[in-house]
Design a protein around this ligand. Sequence first.
Ligand code: MG
Length: 159
Amino acid sequence: MRTGIGYDVHRLTEGRKLILGGVDIPHSLGLLGHSDADVLLHAIMDALLGAAALGDIGKHFPDTDENYRGISSIRLLEHVRGLLEEAGYSIANIDSVIIAQKPKLRPYIEEMEKNIADALHLQKNQINVKATTEEGLGFTGTQEGISAQAVCLIEALPR
Ligand code: MG
């Protein structure tokens, strides 16, 4: 068994979509980034790549590469699934947390978990997404940005 950790932050701005876990969430602000800026999926991908000692998403999907401009992070997550398979690993489980002051994310969590499970060819009970605020404190509290953290466990497939 191997474990990995992922962390990411994106800035909130006007005129961008708020996409978390592959769900387009209605909100006055969205996340700024080269891709769709899905901060949750970025943290999850970094956890998975880290567990397999495959580096990070900056290495695999550089933000200088025009191919990744505006790309759905679900597509990137599917690619990471392939990288782990090639390296001989299966995913046991993923746990994650989104830190955002607004909007309320509870209504969207189940759809996020389904999107992640589908992209990784996993069962729903292998994926958990949580959301919390930081009580108005710091950059998430002032709605300057949203952060996400993820951990995962992977195991070597029998060869
Ligand atoms: Mg990111």
